[in-house]
Design a protein around this ligand. Structure first.
Ligand SMILES: Cc1cc2nc3c(=O)[nH]c(=O)nc-3n(C[C@H](O)[C@H](O)[C@H](O)COP(=O)(O)O)c2cc1C
Length: 498
């Protein structure tokens, strides 16, 4: 079972109750200093995790209420640090765990990205990953001077060419011309330092990008970073299956996890890749502790601090649609939105969630952005994860800490030993292994087999979930928002919004 962590410094971004959670940022940690995040990556390394992924976004959401006001007042994905810039701080604090930077194709030329990422891959000794994103929200495009967003599928066409050009630059130096080739480090005193015929210009002329090359950085341990991707649409899955070492998904229901896993593995095979080369990972939220009761109490206290307005801001941003313009009890599946159709399908295509309302999804978004939640002692959570892993296949999970750094410490202290006792996770790193090596490591013997149509039929959407919490769509329809009303504009309030 592969294990990763995702955070978006300076806040754990998928848990919008985190700011009010009493255990967040203990011991005088400051959210905008490196120490708390360095502690978090060291904890991931102590748990034998494959990677810590730094999410990123290029602007402040302004969809909800057509204003940035609620986003900044409720710290809804703002502030967000530049993930690539943070990578060096976190790699320097660790020795084995991978550090993955989310980086959009918008805003910088492929050459610039290829050079920065090759540099980081050298300096981290092959532990860098790149989560390739296309800039899925309008504010990010406007901040770069564009009037509007590039259309969805065209963004992925551009991403394909962007990554292809980066790959050519990383591969422009021939075998033997760098430390990425069998560890044969270059001799800084030798002349020729590198034979001239070993380094070639690439003269790339594409539809969107061009570059003469060569890259002025010698081949890094992984010849560029390991590639991550998180597209959920058919076009997004095509790009992920073509390039990625790992793809990620947030699926509130097991049926969606199975569907996503099958689609990715089938697409990888269609593109001539070995499906097991593309690890399929699902994001989860976990509350754990010494006992089931202690874990449940942590979840209860956390839920009291969840901010429904932050959920509405981020969900509106992800949908590209102002949710303040529709009544809270609008069926979520009836929305017609320009972005994030996959978000609607996550609910609309699952029997027990078909009638979920806008208000319910927004509240859940504030709580965990639709991740399945696991609550219990280490043994309880490990048993639930093992069962879900068997049920949905795929290659593992990405923990999204509900607070920093303690929520991940809980996972490593209570759940990891139980998973290790079941032989499901590594107990030590292989010396010198790169991030890509670790993602392909099969020493736990549990790597799932490629999806088959039969596997999909065996777990239809109506199958009972492995874990009740993993399937509970959201708080019940009648649950009022956890917070006192935050009226912002009459339209939102008239629509039943908090
Ligand atoms: C686990 C996960 C992490 C993601 N991280 C980021 C991120 O940090 N920055 C970003 O701009 N988009 C991020 N995305 C959005 C995806 O890159 C993609 O735009 C989104 O899943 C919609 O893809 P689709 O249009 O192919 O369905 C993430 C998505 C998922 C599921």
């Amino acid at each position: 079972m592969r294990l990763g962590v995702t955070v978006m410094p300076p806040f754990p971004h998928q848990s919008m109750g985190t700011r009010h959670y009493p255990r967040n940022l203990p011991h005088g940690y400051r959210f905008d200093r490196p120490e708390v995040w360095q502690q978090l990556v060291r904890t991931a390394e102590r748990g034998g995790f494959d990677f810590v992924l730094l999410a990123d976004t290029g602007g402040v959401y302004r969809e909800y209420g057509a204003s940035i006001g609620d986003a900044v007042e409720h710290a809804a994905h703002v502030p967000v640090f530049d993930a690539t810039a943070m990578t060096g701080f976190l790699a320097a604090a660790t020795s084995h765990v991978g550090i993955v930077a989310t980086r959009s194709i918008a805003g910088t030329a492929p050459y610039v990205a290829a050079r920065t990422l090759a540099t980081l891959d050298h300096l981290s000794d092959g532990r860098i990953g790149w989560n390739v994103v296309t800039g899925h929200h309008r504010a990010a495009a406007e901040n770069l001077g564009a009037d509007d967003q590039t259309p969805h599928d065209l963004r992925y066409d551009m991403a394909d060419e962007y990554v292809e050009l980066c790959r050519r630059l990383w591969n422009g130096w021939k075998a033997g011309a760098g430390s990425g080739d069998g560890g044969s480090a270059l001799d800084p005193r030798a002349t020729p330092f590198v034979p001239r015929e070993a380094v070639t210009e690439i003269d790339f002329e594409g539809r969107f990008y061009s570059s003469r090359g060569p890259l002025n950085v010698h081949p890094s341990p992984q010849r560029g970073p390991a590639i991550f991707q998180a597209g959920a649409s058919p076009r997004g899955i095509r790009t992920g299956a073509r390039w990625a070492d790992a793809v990620m998904s947030v699926q509130p229901y097991p049926a969606g996890m199975v569907r996503y896993r099958d689609a990715v593995k089938a697409e990888a095979a269609a593109q001539g890749r070995e499906p097991s080369e593309v690890a399929v990972l699902h994001v989860i939220q976990v509350f754990t502790g010494e006992s089931d009761a202690i874990a449940a109490e942590k979840a209860r206290i956390y839920d009291e601090g969840v901010d429904p307005v932050a959920g509405l801001v981020v969900l509106s941003g992800h949908l590209g649609f102002d949710l303040s313009t529709v009544p809270f009890d609008t069926p979520f599946a009836s929305l017609d939105v320009p972005g994030g159709q996959g978000l609607i399908d996550q609910y609309a295509r699952v029997d027990e969630a078909r009638d979920i309302t806008v208000g319910q999804v927004a509240e859940r978004y504030g709580r965990d952005t639709s991740q399945p939640r696991f609550v219990g002692s280490g043994a309880t959570v490990a048993a639930q994860l093992a069962e879900l892993f068997d049920h949905v296949g795929g290659d593992g999970f990405i923990v999204s800490p509900a607070w920093a750094p303690g929520n991940l410490e809980d996972f490593v202290d209570f759940v990891v030993p139980e998973l290790a006792a079941r032989g499901l996770v590594r107990t030590s790193y292989t010396p010198g292994a790169t991030l890509r090596d670790n993602l392909r490591d099969d020493t736990t013997g549990t790597r799932s087999t490629p999806a088959t149509p039969a596997a999909a039929t065996a777990h239809p959407a109506t199958t009972a979930p492995a874990h009740p919490a993993a399937a509970s769509p959201a708080h019940p329809a009648t649950t009022p928002p956890a917070h006192p009303a935050h009226p912002t504009r009459p339209t939102a309030r008239e629509n039943g919004h908090p």
